[in-house]
Design a protein around this ligand. Structure first.
Ligand code: C2E
Ligand code: CA
Ligand code: CA
Ligand code: CA
Length: 266
C-alpha cells in the first residue's frame, strides 16, 4: 500500500511530522514570518511591466526557503487557507506602493467560499488606501465549475472594483463558452500550453483558439511559464496581451522587482 503523505487517514490525525509542520506554519503566520516574492508580468504590446504576481514563501529556520507546493496542500487539508490567503492579501496591499501596475494574489477555493471574505477585502482595501483596480485576484479554472455558488462571490468582488483572473486555464473542466458567464479580466494560459507552443501543433492550435475566443469576450490573456525567446516571439506575433515566466524574470523579493521596473522605466 503506497504511503500518501498528503492525505491523513479518514477522521484520523496527521502524522507527527505533519502536525509539527502545521504548528510551525501557524506560528510563522502569527509571527508575520511568511514573505512574498513577486514575478513581473510584461505587456507584450508596450513592452512594459504591467504588474506582478505575489507568490508566498516560507523562510524556515532549519529547512531554508519552503516553496508553496510543500505547505499549501497541508494548509488546505487543515483548513488554514482562508487565513493564509488573508495574510498574503494584507501583505501584498501593504507592499503595493513598490509594485509597478497591478498586483495579483492567488485564492484557494476554501477562501472564496468563506462568507467573511468579501467584507475582508473591502476593509483591507480601505485600511491600505490602495485603489481597488490595482488588485487582481486569481482563481483557478476549477473553481468556476460550480457557477451558482461562485458567481455571486465574483460579482461582489467585481463590484469592489477589484480585477479577476482565471488561473491555470486549460487544465480544468470549464468549456470555453462558459467563460462569458463570469466577470473576468484576465485569463492565464497554463504553462503546459506555453511550453507546447511551436513544439506541438495541437497545443499551438489550441492556444490560437483560446486567444481568439478571449479577444471576442474582451478578456486579456496572460501566457504563463514563458521560458524561451521562441515562445515569446510566437505570443507577440499572435497578439497575446501579456507574458510571465522565467525568460522575463523568476519570482524574487520586492527589491528585485523594484530594480527591474526602474531599469526599464516602467
Ligand atoms: P501558480 O499560481 O500557477 O504560480 C505560478 C508558479 O509557476 C509559481 O510557482 C512560479 O514560480 C512558477 N513559474 C513562474 N514562471 C515559470 C516558468 O517560466 N517556468 C516554470 N517551470 N515555472 C514558472 P510557485 O511560486 O512555487 O507556486 C506554486 C503554486 O502555489 C502557485 O501556482 C499557486 O497555485 C500556489 N500559491 C503560491 N502562492 C500562493 C498564495 O499566496 N495563495 C495561494 N492560495 N496559493 C499560492
Ligand atoms: Ca497564480
Ligand atoms: Ca498558474
Ligand atoms: Ca474586460
Amino acid at each position: 500500500v503506497p504511503v500518501r503523505l498528503h492525505t491523513p487517514a479518514q477522521g484520523g490525525s496527521p502524522a507527527p511530522e505533519r502536525l509539527e509542520l502545521e504548528i510551525e506554519l501557524r506560528q510563522a503566520m502569527a509571527a508575520r514570518a511568511l514573505e512574498l516574492h513577486y514575478q513581473p508580468i510584461r505587456n507584450l504590446r508596450t513592452g512594459r511591466i504591467a504588474g506582478a504576481e505575489a507568490l508566498v514563501r516560507w523562510p524556515h529556520p532549519e529547512r531554508g526557503w519552503i516553496p508553496p507546493g510543500a505547505f499549501i496542500p497541508l494548509a488546505e487539508e487543515r483548513g488554514l487557507m482562508p487565513e493564509l490567503d488573508r495574510y498574503v492579501l494584507r501583505r501584498a496591499l501593504a507592499e503595493m506602493a513598490r509594485v509597478p501596475g497591478w498586483c495579483a494574489v492567488n485564492l484557494s477555493p476554501q477562501t472564496l467560499h468563506d462568507p467573511g471574505f468579501v467584507p475582508f477585502i473591502r476593509e483591507a482595501l480601505e485600511v491600505s488606501r490602495v485603489p481597488p483596480g490595482r488588485l487582481v485576484l486569481e482563481i483557478t479554472e476549477r473553481m468556476l465549475a460550480d457557477p451558482e455558488r461562485i458567481l455571486p462571490v465574483l460579482q461582489a468582488i467585481k463590484e469592489l472594483g477589484v480585477g479577476l483572473a482565471v488561473d491555470d486555464f486549460g487544465t480544468g473542466y470549464s468549456s470555453l463558452t462558459y467563460l462569458r458567464l463570469f466577470p473576468l479580466d484576465h485569463l492565464k494560459l497554463d504553462q503546459r500550453f506555453t511550453h507546447g507552443l511551436t513544439r506541438s501543433t495541437q497545443d499551438t492550435a489550441l492556444v490560437e483558439g483560446i486567444l481568439d475566443l478571449a479577444r471576442r469576450l474582451g478578456i486579456e490573456v496572460i501566457a504563463e511559464g514563458v521560458e524561451t525567446p521562441e515562445q515569446l516571439e510566437w505570443l507577440k506575433a499572435h497578439a497575446c496581451d501579456y507574458a510571465q515566466g522565467y525568460l522575463i524574470a523568476r519570482p524574487g523579493p520586492l527589491e528585485a522587482l523594484d530594480a527591474l521596473a526602474r531599469r526599464e522605466g516602467s
